[in-house]
Ligand binder design. Structure first.
Ligand code: GLA
Length: 377
């Protein structure tokens, strides 16, 4: 569907056709707000993402058509050519970041479409960045390694979109593999694939369909809190800190910074616990850690919201093994690990009770762990 739409749109706008590329959104089982603290994350790519058709046009200009928005943008490849449209800045940013790394690129025509739900915390923007980074590397024969492609997306967020994000989303979007979660150490950048296909449980996302636009940049402010706490500890990152050491410097920190750091320190341990538990098929422990993560994200990190807390509460009452908010926060989805025999009842209860409380039903996305960025043909 998406592929044929993109193909048709390209044909309409630019005539002829080009090469087709795809990339993915992501889930994260556990390890939230740990990436920019040099900690562990445990994401996987999913079966929704961005499909882009691209063809070099022999000029120094980029012409891009966003199928879903029915919007067109055109820009040059120099810094002063930054486009006004926010969606086009992702593509512009990727081009600029490639150029900053010495990659020689020229103009191209592109049409793209995506099916990552926007604002759901599933990284639609990382999917867009990695689709273009992957495609431009391929089309211009740049020979960039996959980590560099992920960093190009991350730097695009930092330098062109104002979000000082970590590496998790772009990493997952580039490295994702069908049927596997990936544990990434964001300090050493070592990672391992973990096949994840439990027979007894399913993963499902419930989308609150709310996105709370908060004043300022709450994500960046969380990061700054962590940086202050790390500095008080005399460390580059919070990674590797202990609660004992944090308590020892508590008087140097605001209560808020202390609680942010307390969450991150606990979360680092929980990721490792979950990986161990998965090896044993111990889903009770996996789920219990997910609830603990939610508690920390809600109370200490303060990135949850009423709707997310409500859905996690419903999960608990329905005997769901584990549930928590997922992603950066302030809206978006919960991720739920549900035993097969409780699945239907849980989904029905979540729809009904959320609907009664908030006036609309949550959206339900069963998780299918899929491949990351690749060329379709
Ligand atoms: C967003 C960021 C990621 C990560 C998560 C929270 O998705 O882009 O780098 O920090 O929030 O875990």
């Amino acid at each position: 569907m998406t592929q044929s739409n993109v193909r048709a749109a390209f044909e309409r706008h630019f005539h002829g056709s080009g090469a087709l590329y795809a990339s993915a959104g992501r889930i994260n089982l556990i390890g939230e707000h740990t990436d920019y603290n040099g900690g562990f994350v445990f994401p996987g790519a999913v079966d929704c993402g961005i499909t882009a058709m691209i063809r070099l046009n022999g000029t120094d200009r980029v012409r891009a058509y966003a199928v879903d928005l029915d919007a067109y943008a055109e820009f040059g490849l120099r810094e002063e050519d930054k486009p006004a449209e926010s969606w086009a800045r992702y593509i512009f940013g990727v081009c600029r970041e490639i150029q900053k790394r010495g990659g020689g690129i020229g103009g191209f025509d592109a049409a793209f479409s995506g099916d990552v739900p926007l604002g759901a915390g599933m990284s639609s923007s990382a999917a867009l960045e990695s689709a273009f980074a992957f495609a431009l590397d391929d089309l211009f024969g740049l020979g960039l390694d996959k980590f560099e492609l992920a960093r190009i997306g991350q730097s695009t967020e930092h330098n062109y979109c104002g979000v000082k994000c970590g590496i998790m989303d772009q990493f997952a979007s580039v490295f994702g593999r069908k049927g596997c979660l990936m544990r990434l150490d964001c300090r050493s950048m070592e990672f391992e694939y973990f096949p994840f296909a439990p027979e007894s449980h399913k993963l499902v996302l419930l989308d609150t369909v709310v996105k709370h636009e908060l004043v300022g940049s709450p994500y960046n402010r969380r990061r700054e809190s962590c940086e202050r706490a790390a500095e008080a500890l005399g460390q580059e990152f919070l990674r590797g800190a202990t609660m004992e050491r944090l308590d020892a410097v508590r008087n140097k920190l605001s209560d808020e910074d202390y609680r942010r750091a307390r969450f991150v320190i606990g979360e680092e341990r929980r990721v490792l616990d979950v990986c161990d538990a998965l090896q044993r098929g111990d889903y009770a422990t996996v789920g219990e850690r997910m609830y603990a993560t939610h508690e920390g994200l809600s109370k200490d990190y303060e990135v949850s919201c009423e709707e997310l807390d409500f859905l996690v509460g419903v999960a608990r009452e329905c005997g769901v093994a584990g549930a928590r908010m997922m992603g950066g926060g302030f809206g978006g989805c919960t991720i739920n690990l549900v035993a097969n025999d409780r699945y239907d009842d849980f989904i029905a209860a979540a729809r009904k009770r959320f609907g009664e409380r908030f006036g609309h039903e949550p959206k339900v996305y069963p998780v299918v762990i899929s491949d990351g960025a690749h060329k379709i043909g």
